[in-house]
Each structure stands twice: as structure tokens, then as C-alpha cells.
Design a protein around this ligand. Structure first.
Ligand SMILES: *Cc1c(COP(=O)(O)O)cnc(C)c1O
Length: 401
């Protein structure tokens, strides 16, 4: 698509064309610059790379497999493959960037990791990384999400992290980000803010993408080895956009591969507050220190967002996605809650794999693509497992016959 894509984007100021950058208070500017400079040197060093590789293999259990869904493919007429990030240690793709961020923190001599979490997956992954490296860990989480995702809250506590409940606004992910940022601002010397996706000020969208690239690099090679060709389509759900950037980044140059990012359509696309389809309905704005498509209310404030999947309800989206949308390299579309739930049960019943509700959005889209294009091959990023969601599902849905 673009020669030297990874050397071109982002530019030195962290821009992916007009998106990204760092819109932050002056006291943070020098800290972010320090992190960016350190990242450029450290992440290219032999020691860092070999330590991270060893962690990926011996601790995380990588490479995760690519799996061909026999029964699902038969029923929906496509050839559906899953990149099994649900089998990554802690059950989702997030450990890929958390181990990277925590390793960087170790090299920088930081003592404490601070972050927000939505579904709790990022919190668990970061608490895991903190335990591995012997660092303190403080996780900010909206009260609504705490109630919905209590097994993950328990995991964080068992892993030794402090969970800080956030009780203002909608009490979900956006407020948790604000709260974590505030805590970080109090002591940017000894702490590091470990963002949970390809969002936030430069250098985070770039670093998190780089740490997630392992997903796409593995998947592209594995798929080719299994089939002798590249997939016709690759599909991933987009909240902040990290699991999707990880998968997509390996296919950007393959013009014959169609790329689909799936956003949460929630209960309805007709009303603000009922969905979190940032790419589909958003307008460019600044949120949490970077420029991206955002869902805004009439006053220009971040709009309330909703999704059945806590990990997807964010009113912004990674800047690289915004650029790839404008370039028309990636197609963005939506899946409603009910379509997500249908896919959740289909994958569970036909393949014996319970997906995270986030990942079920991508599966639902793959089912649509398969029905539209029989025989075509579709590679889906199964970003996480659904164990965290089972109580919620049982309380709110009837099991299919
Ligand atoms: C957090 C999460 C997501 C959404 O985050 P991205 O940064 O958009 O990938 C998707 N799937 C799972 C399982 C998650 O935990």
C-alpha cells in the first residue's frame, strides 16, 4: 500500500496523517517525550527484543494457533478461521502489549504501573505483567463495570493490584481513563501509565500497535502454511483498536485481502448513547490527549456510549484506524448486540469455543461475510475468551434450544 509503512506512520510527532499526536498538559509533554525517546532506543535493542520473545514463548504461550472452524463453516458456507488470542495467557490479546509496556517500565526504572480498565481484561493483563516483573499496579475501573465483571476484579486483587472504583459520570471506561490519567499526573517520575489500547497521546498508539503486531505476523504465516494462500478477508472487533491493529498490520500491503473492523452497534444505531460506533458516526475531535473520530454530544463533549461488550464501549478510536478509514484501506461496519449474542452461542455450540462478547462481534461479522460470499476464506481475530461474560449472559439471555 505505502512503501515503508511502519517507518512512515506515525511521524515524529505521533501523527497518522491528521490523527493522533499528543494534546496534553505541559508537565506531561516532557514525560511522554522521554518515554518515546526511550522506546525508540530500547525497543530496537537486542536485549529487549530477546527478553520479550522469551516471555512470549515461555510465559504467554505464543504462538497462539490458527484454527479452522469446521462446523461453523459448513453451516454458513464460508471458510472461517480463528486466530486464537483467547488462548494467550490471561485469556485475551491484551497481555501482548501489557508485557511489552511493563518490560519497558522495567528498563525505565519505574516502580508502579497505572491504568484504566473496561471489561477488566486490561486490568488483569497488566496486574499479571506487574506480578511478573515485581512492580506495583493500580487499576481504575468504573463501578458499572466492576459490578458486571466481578471475576476480573477478583483476579486483579488476587494478583496483587489495587482496584480504584470510579463513581462519576456513566461509571464506565471513559471515566476510568480520566481517573487513571489524574493518578498518573500526580507522580509521572515513578509511575508509568500503561494504556489499554492503541489510543492516548503519542507514543502509546504506536507502542501498543508494535507490541500487538505479533498477532498479525503469526496469523499471516500460519494461515499461509495451512492453506497455501492469504485469506480473502480478515476481521476483528474495534474498541480502542489494539487487537484489530495487531491483526490488520500484517495485511496492509496485501491488496487482495479485504480488511474489516467491526464496531459495536449496541441496542440501536438511531440514538446517541445506545451504541459505540465511533468510526461510523463520529467526527474528528480531541479525546484523552489525541485526535481521532469521536462520538460527541451537541456541546462537543464525549457522548455517552453503550455496548453489551464492556471492552468496546469507548467514544474514541485509535488514530491509525482513523487514517486507514480515510485511506479506504480498512472497511468499518457495525454489529448489533443481538447479532453478537447469536454469534456467541453459535461459536459455543458449533465449535466448543466460548468467545468474549467483544470477539463475538467479529465472529458475527464473519458469519455475514460467509453467507454473502460462499467459499471465501475469512480470518477472524478471536481476541478473547468468554469466561468473564458467562454470568452476565445467563442472567440476561435464554439459552438457545
Ligand atoms: C479489550 C478487549 C477488546 C477491545 O480492545 P481493542 O483495543 O479494540 O482490541 C476486544 N476483545 C477483548 C477480548 C478485549 O478484552
Amino acid at each position: 500500500m505505502i512503501p515503508n509503512y511502519f517507518k512512515t506512520y506515525p511521524n515524529a510527532e505521533g501523527f497518522f496523517n491528521e490523527y493522533g499526536g499528543a494534546f496534553i498538559p505541559p508537565i506531561l509533554e516532557s514525560e511522554m517525550k522521554k518515554i518515546a525517546d526511550a522506546y525508540f532506543t530500547i525497543s530496537k535493542s537486542h536485549n529487549f527484543i530477546s527478553e520479550l520473545r522469551s516471555i512470549r514463548k515461555h510465559y504467554q504461550g505464543r504462538p497462539t494457533p490458527v484454527y479452522y472452524c469446521n462446523r461453523l463453516s459448513e453451516k454458513y458456507h464460508g471458510r472461517i478461521y480463528l486466530k486464537r488470542e483467547d488462548l494467550n495467557h490471561t485469556g485475551a490479546h491484551k497481555l501482548n502489549h501489557c508485557m511489552g509496556e511493563a518490560l519497558l517500565a522495567k528498563y525505565l526504572g519505574k516502580k508502579k504501573l497505572i491504568a484504566e480498565t473496561g471489561a477488566g481484561q486490561h486490568g488483569v493483563a497488566l496486574a499479571t505483567a506487574a506480578a511478573y516483573f515485581g512492580l506495583e499496579c493500580e487499576i481504575h475501573m468504573g463501578e458499572v463495570d466492576i459490578a458486571k465483571e466481578h471475576p476480573n476484579v477478583a483476579r486483579m486483587k488476587i494478583l496483587g493490584a489495587t482496584v480504584v472504583p470510579v463513581s462519576h459520570g456513566l461509571k464506565t471506561l471513559k471515566e476510568a481513563v480520566d481517573s487513571a490519567f489524574e493518578a498518573y499526573l500526580k507522580d509521572p517520575i515513578n509511575t508509568i501509565y500503561c494504556i489499554g489500547s492503541v489510543v492516548g497521546p503519542h507514543p502509546f498508539p504506536m507502542m501498543v500497535r508494535d507490541f500487538q503486531r505479533v498477532v498479525g505476523i503469526e496469523a499471516r504465516e500460519q494461515f499461509f502454511e495451512m492453506t497455501g494462500e492469504l485469506p480473502d478477508s480478515v476481521v476483528a472487533c474495534v474498541g480502542g483498536g489494539s487487537n484489530s491493529m495487531g491483526l490488520f498490520s500484517a495485511f496492509l500491503d496485501d491488496n487482495e485481502v479485504a480488511i474489516y473492523g467491526v464496531e459495536p452497534g449496541g441496542r440501536s444505531l438511531d440514538k446517541v448513547g445506545e451504541h459505540a460506533a465511533t468510526m461510523t458516526f463520529g467526527t474528528p475531535g480531541v479525546l484523552h490527549g489525541f485526535k481521532c473520530y469521536t462520538l460527541q454530544d451537541e456541546q462537543g463533549n464525549p457522548a455517552p456510549v453503550y455496548s453489551i461488550a464492556s471492552g468496546l464501549d469507548y467514544p474514541g478510536v485509535g488514530p491509525e484506524h482513523c487514517m486507514l478509514r480515510d485511506m479506504k484501506r480498512v472497511n468499518y461496519d457495525v454489529i448489533l448486540d443481538e447479532e453478537c449474542m447469536h454469534a456467541f452461542f453459535e461459536l459455543s455450540r458449533l465449535e466448543g469455543i466460548i468467545p468474549a462478547l467483544e470477539s463475538a462481534h467479529a465472529v458475527a461479522y464473519a458469519l455475514k461475510l460467509a453467507q454473502k460470499n460462499p467459499h471465501s476464506s475469512i480470518l477472524v481475530n478471536l481476541s478473547g475468551r468468554g469466561d468473564k461474560d458467562i454470568d452476565f449472559v445467563l442472567e440476561n439471555y435464554e439459552l438457545p434450544k
